[in-house]
Design a protein around this ligand. Structure first.
Ligand code: MEV
Length: 438
């Protein structure tokens, strides 16, 4: 146990870790220092993002070009460690480009937060009347917080009392809806909610109700954002569903549709199916400095909103048309947070023409849909390992410390066959030993 760790300097923190967990091995210190940025100012910026920063953690920043969304072309920034993700998104973007690209609509952008409180009184109607009476106060007392948001077209949309005493004794919610425009809005919402709680307590003291009967348990936004929803669709005549193997377009479209039906009905498959979608979505979320934990939590809650976990994407084949779409909640921000701070995040936004939050919702969902399209295309045709192992091959070779020349020979060797880990190792040993691969 160490006390006051956060108060130590970065160097002292590292010194303690090296002594305590690496038996003083200098290599551990070197690894951390190698990843420090040479630009001291930039490093300081990173140091101050979180507490106890000792180094930086790099992830690849890639780009998937050719995303045509509502007629506009994007090169989408993606941050991920998984080898095949960017390649899959780019391949799918190219496929849909020729077919008119993706059609996207933001269905709504409302966010929700709650003052969770208990009230021990029994005049429920009186409580409702009281909340109705003080409703204007919630708005007037938060004016200094909401003023700027209102100028941008946002603010508080409504506040309702909800009786939850059937779930938890004496438990009520003040449920508030917000429009937070281009910001994700967590700080704005939480600040408003805490002020609502103050208003609730103060006004109760001024009313006939007993203020001692109310206890505010917590004030917090909900990361479940089913009213902050985007829909993206790709569609084409079935005969255009040509995917590069010998399978006919109709047969591919049928197999693909069956794969989606499986995900719609089987939670075991739906989780993996949606994980693939999140491969794309999270990559854009990370690149744009958004909160991937919030997006993940909301997406999976949305996938279970009807009582069973199901697919986030859907498909329809009728009148000779193949239609594939996603509907997903995405509470994103293009201002605030680290969007104006992290140079790579700023670059990511600039690369897409500094989109509004709604535009970013459409781009992100399109990448999720594209990702799912690529995964299902591989799964229902060649199998997933062909593309996946091709991309992973370099990781294995890097682990084996293969030279560039060895990599070139081995990648060429595996161009036609899906390599397994053991086969790559064997091929590597042969090349290293001077044998010709045949
Ligand atoms: C791997 O990261 C993602 C997939 O498993 C998604 C899927 O099965 O649909 C390929």
């Amino acid at each position: 146990m160490i006390k006051g760790f956060s108060k130590l300097t970065k160097v002292a923190k590292i010194e303690w870790l090296v002594q305590e967990y690496f038996e003083g091995n200098e290599k551990a210190r070197e690894i951390l220092e190698n990843y420090w940025h040479s630009d001291v100012k930039l490093q300081k910026l990173h140091d101050e993002f979180i507490e106890n920063t000792i180094s930086n953690f790099y992830l690849p920043f890639g780009v998937a070009p050719n995303f045509l969304i509502n007629g506009k072309e994007y090169a989408v920034p993606m941050v991920t460690e998984e080898s095949s993700v960017v390649a899959a998104a780019a391949k799918s973007a190219g496929f849909w480009y020729d077919k008119g690209g993706f059609k996207a609509t933001v269905k709504s952008t409302t966010k929700i937060g709650h003052v969770h409180f208990t009230w021990k009184g029994d005049d429920k109607e009186g409580l409702q009347d009281f909340i109705t009476r003080i409703n204007d106060k919630f708005y007037s007392e938060t004016e200094s917080i909401t003023k700027n948001m209102q100028k941008r077209g946002g603010g508080i949309l409504g506040i309702t009392l909800i009786d939850k005493t059937a779930d938890v004794p004496n438990y009520y919610q003040l449920e508030a809806e917000f429009e937070t425009c281009d910001s994700m809005g967590a700080n704005f919402i939480n600040t408003c909610l805490e002020k609502f709680a103050d208003v609730l307590k103060t006004e109760m003291s001024n009313s006939g109700l007993n203020p001692n009967e109310v206890e505010v348990i917590m004030c917090i936004l909900s990361n479940f954002t089913p009213k902050c929803l985007v829909r993206v669709e790709g569609s084409c005549p079935i005969e255009q569903m040509v995917e590069g193997t010998e399978m006919t377009a109709e047969a591919f479209a049928e197999r693909f549709t069956t794969a989606v039906r499986i995900a719609e009905t089987q939670p075991y498959r739906a989780v993996t199916h949606n994980k693939g979608i999140m491969n794309g979505i999270d990559s854009v979320i990370l690149a744009t400095g958004n909160d991937f934990r919030a997006i993940e939590a909301s997406a999976h809650a949305y996938a279970s909103k009807d009582g069973q976990y199901t697919s986030l994407t859907h498909v329809d084949m009728s009148d000779g048309q193949f239609k594939f779409w996603i509907e997903v909640p995405l509470a994103l921000g293009t201002v605030g947070g680290i969007t104006g701070l992290h140079p790579m995040v700023k670059f990511a936004h600039q690369l897409m023409g500094n989109p509004s939050a709604s535009e970013l919702m459409m781009i992100t969902a399109a990448v999720g849909l594209a990702q799912n399209f690529s995964a299902l295309r591989s799964l229902t045709t060649t199998g997933i390992q062909q593309g996946h192992m091709k991309m992973h091959l370099l990781n294995i070779l890097n682990q084996l410390e293969a030279t560039d020349q060895e990599k070139k020979i081995i990648v060429k060797y595996f161009i036609k066959n899906t390599p397994h880990h053991a086969e790559v190792v064997e091929a590597f040993k042969k090349v290293r030993g001077g044998e010709i691969l045949s």
